[in-house]
Design a protein around this ligand. Structure first.
Ligand SMILES: [Zn+2]
Length: 173
């Protein structure tokens, strides 16, 4: 998937989680969404031609050489391990919200990449086999439609949260 789809997937998960956590202060909401934004594009740092890869040139190249594309940096089990470690390391509430945001964004990235033809190595490092559940081609018309749908859902969620519309039920908190 391209970075636009990933960013919108990350924002969607961030907004949804924000609705579930009732009465979040504005600062926490900003940290959660910021984390989800960063997390949603982070895994593609293993690809020099990706949006984040182009921004981090040398780092991305080194990671690609060392870890390859869609391997270590696209491994759900690795992130699960990192998440449990990171959560145990901090006690600051805002820091924990930021970490949760980042990993929610990463989670959305992994789900979206699982919908592509290339698939995702769900059990890496135990198996290199990639799993794909939808066969969507990156940058195809279908991805554009999916991205458009994500944008629409995000806009409606935002309008709901600002009490301008009242379309989704989970936003009524
Ligand atoms: Zn990716």
């Amino acid at each position: 998937m391209n970075y636009k789809t990933h960013i919108n997937g990350g924002i969607l998960v961030g907004l949804y989680t924000n609705c579930q956590l009732a009465n979040m202060p504005l600062m926490s909401t900003a940290v959660l969404l910021g984390g989800a934004f960063v997390g949603s594009i982070f895994p593609d740092i293993d690809h020099g031609n990706s949006y984040i890869g182009k921004k981090t040139k040398g780092v991305s190249k080194a990671i690609n050489k060392l870890a390859g594309h869609r391997k270590l940096f696209h491994a759900p089990l690795v992130y699960l391990f990192l998440y449990s470690t990171a959560i145990g390391m901090f006690t600051d509430k805002l820091m924990l919200i930021g970490i949760k945001g980042i990993f929610l964004g990463i989670f959305s990235h992994l789900v979206l990449d699982s919908l592509t033809i290339g698939g995702l190595p769900w059990f890496y490092p135990f198996s290199k086999k990639r799993f794909s559940i939808c066969m969507i081609k990156t940058n195809s018309k279908i991805e554009d439609i999916l991205c458009g749908m994500l944008i629409c859902i995000n806009i409606v969620m935002l309008l709901d949260m600002l009490h301008i519309t009242s379309i989704f039920t989970f936003t009524h908190r």
